[in-house]
Design a protein around this ligand. Structure first.
Ligand SMILES: [Fe+2]
Length: 165
């Protein structure tokens, strides 16, 4: 077996997040539909637009490194999204639904933040200077989304969930 390099790992991880982003893009409209708080709904819709842009950014990254844009099944994101669907089913019609949606969206964001943080560090190491700002732009977006979700959780949503208890 030929020896694998950091370059191989970078490309494989890029495929992982490319797959993950496309799954997230499909899941976000379902989450927006399920959310009851209008601000949470709006946050999911906004992030759907951002996710579309993130997918395009990844396509640019593939192009910059001279590799084909392709996804590789990411079981981690499948699991996180499956748990989110379970929350939608189990908490439909309850005051705790939005809190559950936020928790699963934050699990998604944290997965993505971990991936983009790593990819950015590797791109720096590999000297992919034009790739670094693209990965960083997405990393910033994911972090802002995570913060916005924390704010929403702290404000209306968890308060509503508690009131119902
Ligand atoms: Fe994303």
């Amino acid at each position: 077996m030929a020896e694998k390099t950091l370059d191989d790992l970078f490309y494989d991880t890029l495929k992982d997040i490319y797959y993950a982003e496309r799954q997230v893009l499909k899941a976000l409209p379902k989450m927006a539909r399920a959310a009851t708080d209008p601000k949470l709904k709006a946050a999911f819709e906004k992030h759907k637009e951002e996710t579309q842009g993130q997918i395009e950014r990844l396509q640019e990254v593939f192009e910059l490194i001279g590799k084909r844009a392709q996804g590789k099944t990411c079981e981690a994101i499948q699991g996180i999204l499956a748990e989110g669907e379970e929350i939608i089913e189990d908490y439909k019609g309850t005051q705790a639904l939005d809190a559950g949606l936020i928790s699963s969206a934050q699990a998604v964001e944290h997965y993505e933040i971990a991936r983009y943080g790593t990819l950015k560090a590797w791109a720096q190491k590999l000297g992919y200077d034009k790739v670094v700002p693209l990965l960083d732009a997405t990393l910033q977006e994911e972090s802002k989304t995570d913060e916005a979700l924390t704010t929403l959780a702290g404000k209306s949503v968890n308060a509503a969930a508690q009131k119902a208890a």
